[in-house]
Write a protein that binds this ligand. Structure first.
Ligand code: APR
Length: 309
């Protein structure tokens, strides 16, 4: 199997490394900057005998080597600086993503597209529009990351392994995301029985601000270890037809009462891409928050349509 990763920056290069080192697929890394993808790919290839995997990894500025890719992950674009929201990236990243998806559609029209570039739900919308692919084959990585952050913070709070925490974060990848406290458990025990409501609200808010907290610390970059881990889980589930269930940004067409909007909801991922959209029963508050999140995504899409008109 072959995966192309577009963008050889922090997120893209780390994603390529994770995919190769876990022997999920062969990787082609692309970046607009001459030598960047080729250099990082060569460095990773040279690590292979030490790490002990047999995936091939190559890089370049051209799109032709992406031909025959089963999955294409797009991470290219600018990242946030302190004080910026993901939506502030819209004008620049919308244009970058449009150009890249045109190239990918030319050389690998059937590849399943997984978007990482922010603002996530809107770049995924753009990718579907430009590629003309059906909704099953175009998705965005956000829920896997936001959910991992939520699980991590719950694990820290309870001083237990985050691996035993099951939780879900729905909605858009931004301030309006919807961490579901009601269904979160640790080792099967509802966290609402273990964490006081006020403290839980603080953890939810820290999850919403999870990306900004890291931008604030790094100052010149945004998060990349957890984002690359999130997208690698999605790639693995598609490439290996694992049928993993996790939230991803997908085009809703009536699910959750929401139409024609990309939003993070639980999906089953397999060889066909999004094989099922799972509708969870939500409380009234959660449903209201999800609708508000959808409205925010629609507003950002409308802003993009004005910018690109
Ligand atoms: N084609 C290919 N690569 C491009 C293009 C383009 N048109 N434009 C920019 N790039 C490349 C840059 O050269 C850079 O190497 O995209 C890479 C982005 O890397 P970083 O600046 O390190 O950003 P990163 O932290 O990886 O974040 C990328 O993912 O999580 C999101 O919000 C984040 O939108 C951002 C994206």
């Amino acid at each position: 199997m072959k995966v192309t990763v577009v963008g050889a920056g922090y997120v893209g290069a780390t994603t390529a490394q994770r995919i190769a080192e876990r022997s999920i697929a062969d990787v082609y890394l692309v970046d607009i900057v001459e030598g960047l993808a080729a250099g990082k790919a060569l460095d990773m290839a040279q690590a292979a005998p030490l790490v002990g995997h047999s995936s091939t990894i190559t890089g370049g500025t051209e799109y032709e080597p992406a031909e025959g890719s089963d999955v294409v992950v797009i991470t290219a674009g600018i990242a946030r600086k302190p004080g910026m929201s993901r939506d502030d990236l819209l004008a620049t990243n919308g244009k970058i993503v449009t150009g890249i998806v045109e190239e990918i559609t030319r050389v690998a029209p059937d590849a399943i597209l997984i978007m990482v570039t922010n603002p996530l739900d809107v770049t995924t919308h753009i990718a579907m529009q430009v590629s003309g692919q059906p909704r099953e084959r175009v998705m965005g990585m956000a829920g896997a990351l936001d959910t991992a952050r939520f699980r991590c913070f719950i694990g820290m709070e309870l001083d237990c392994s985050a691996a035993d925490v099951q939780a879900m974060v729905l909605g858009g990848h931004g301030d309006s995301m919807v961490p579901l406290a009601s269904s979160a458990t640790v080792g099967g025990v509802p966290i609402t029985q273990l964490i006081q409501p006020e403290r839980l609200q603080e953890i939810i808010q820290r999850t919403r601000d999870g990306g900004a907290e890291i931008v604030g610390l790094l100052k010149t970059a945004s998060a990349f270890y957890a984002p690359s881990a999130g997208v690698t889980e999605m790639v693995a589930s598609v490439v290996r037809d694992e049928g993993r269930v996790m939230p991803a940004s997908v085009l809703l067409q009536g699910e959750y009462g929401i139409d024609d909007t990309f939003l993070g909801v639980p999906v089953k991922l397999g060889a066909g891409g999004v094989e099922q959209i799972i509708e969870v029963e939500l409380s009234n508050d959660e449903m209201t928050a999800l609708q508000a999140s959808a409205e925010h995504v629609r507003e950002t899409v409308a802003a993009w349509e004005q910018l690109s008109a």
